[in-house]
Write a protein of this length. Structure first.
Length: 407
């Protein structure tokens, strides 16, 4: 039955989560991934409780847990003086408050755990090296064209889910010229070994069990442990020019060094010693554009609403999208109505999250009087009140959940 078949483009966090979410309701799922091999791309991810409670429901949390770290807190520090500006308690406090853990992970570890559950499901087929090249809406369903090893084939299904990332080619299915836009910011990342010299140097900054964000005018750097604490993920954000749409190695780090002028010598030294750095152009997608079409096409994750990572929520939103989309289609009554309802509900939440990211960017990169006002504001906020400010985001549960997760 075509109506119980879903074709998904992309085996990133969004596509794999969607496959598990649809299979959970008994749908047959085919995932087509353009890359021949799913290798270790991407950076560390903060996985907040709104995402981990869904991963738990899909049986993925148990698998990924061993390679993650439960940080004690999120701490904001001044990059010049290294003084602590704010602290949000995580660890057991987060679990009690938001009823699911706050974790930090390597993206590849999350993808491996999702892939392991996908491989176990008799309802899901995953084809790599298989690119979705075209999608047509027909009177009785969707026709998907695929290219694999120079051979073109076609599939028919009731629903097509485009989870093909920020540079989505499927986005054109919901409107013409739906390209992503360069945000003017670059993300720099590297990983250091926790027990090497650079790792020890980092630990001396007092941050190896936390998510630490170092704030400076026009720059911030986020550091946290990954891979069960054996490595530290460093991600720095600076203004910059548009570059190739991928993680680029062999990068000239002058722009990074310039952005860090005036920061504490211990921090600049860390950035000098760490590396090699790779750099990624941050692109965003206009979220007010359509995410669905009548006839059964839906965009999820970065394909629908790539945002800057300043609220650390892109993957979390992809996980929420994927899970709620499957629930919405099952709730029906017709697919078209379900998709419209889902899109309306998701858009209001995703917009709010993107606004939070923009606010973080404004506050973290501030200088002069704005930075002074920020510091004063943060000084007046207790860790508990900063945690309470995040209840709407981290305490969220998918519509219809009665038990607030399993924990
Ligand atoms: C520096 C940085 C830090 C971040 N930190 C966080 C964080 O802490 N927490 C958080 O939640 N998020 C974070 N994010 C955001 C997060 O990484 C992304 O939002 C998320 O990975 C998007 O997942 P996706 O599945 O939508 O897209 P992707 O992971 O890009 O997956 C898309 C897949 O589709 C495939 N594909 C493309 N075109 C086709 C086609 N035509 N046919 C078949 N397959 C195709 C691609 O090969 C790819 O595998 C961060 C992002 C950056 C850059």
């Amino acid at each position: 039955m075509k109506s119980r078949q879903v074709v998904i483009a992309g085996a990133g966090v969004a596509g794999l989560t969607a496959a598990l979410a649809f299979a959970r309701h008994g749908f047959g799922v085919r995932i087509h991934e353009r890359a021949p091999v799913l290798d270790e791309v991407g950076a560390g991810l903060q996985l907040s409780p709104n995402a981990t409670r869904i991963l738990d429901r899909l049986g993925v949390l148990d698998l990924v847990s061993a390679s993650t770290v439960r940080p004690e807190a999120v701490v904001l520090r001044d990059a010049v003086t290294l003084a602590e500006r704010a602290r949000v308690p995580l660890g057991a406090v987060a679990e009690r408050r938001w009823k699911a853990p706050y974790l930090v992970a390597h993206r590849a570890d999350l993808q491996s755990a999702l892939l392991a559950r996908v491989a176990e499901s008799p309802l899901i087929d995953l084809a790599t090296g298989s690119e979705v090249t075209d999608v047509e809406t027909q009177a009785d369903g969707i026709r998907v064209s695929l290219a694999q090893g120079g051979i073109t084939s076609h599939l028919e299904s009731g629903l097509f889910v485009a989870a093909d990332g920020v540079w989505s080619s499927c986005r054109r299915l919901v409107g013409p010229n739906e390209k992503s836009r360069f945000s003017g910011e670059l993300a720099w990342r590297t990983t250091i070994s926790a027990d090497g010299d650079v790792g020890r140097h980092f630990a001396a900054l007092g941050s190896s069990t936390m998510v630490t964000t170092f704030l400076h005018a026009g720059f911030h750097l986020v550091a946290y442990p990954i891979r069960a604490g054996t490595a530290i993920n460093l991600a720095a954000f600076t203004p910059g020019n548009s570059i190739a749409e991928q993680w680029s190695g062999d990068t000239d780090t002058d722009a990074l060094k310039r952005a860090m002028r005036g920061t504490a010598p211990a921090l600049s030294k860390l950035v000098d010693e760490a590396g090699p750095w790779t750099v990624w152009p941050l692109h965003t997608v206009d979220q007010t554009r359509p995410w669905t079409t009548p006839g059964g096409i839906a965009l999820i994750g970065d394909a629908a609403h790539a945002m800057t990572p300043f609220a650390a929520q892109g993957a979390a939103m992809a996980i929420e999208d994927a899970y709620t989309l499957a629930d919405a289609v099952v709730a029906g009554p017709q697919t078209d109505e379900a998709l419209l309802r889902w899109e309306t509900e998701r858009k209001s939440r995703v917009h709010k999250v993107a606004r939070r990211g923009a606010l973080n960017h404004f506050a973290w990169h501030a200088s002069g009087p704005v930075a002074i006002a920020r510091n004063l504001f943060l000084k007046l906020k207790s860790p508990q009140s900063l945690a309470a400010d995040m209840d709407w985001l981290y305490g969220w549960t998918p519509p219809g959940w009665s038990d607030q997760g399993r924990l």
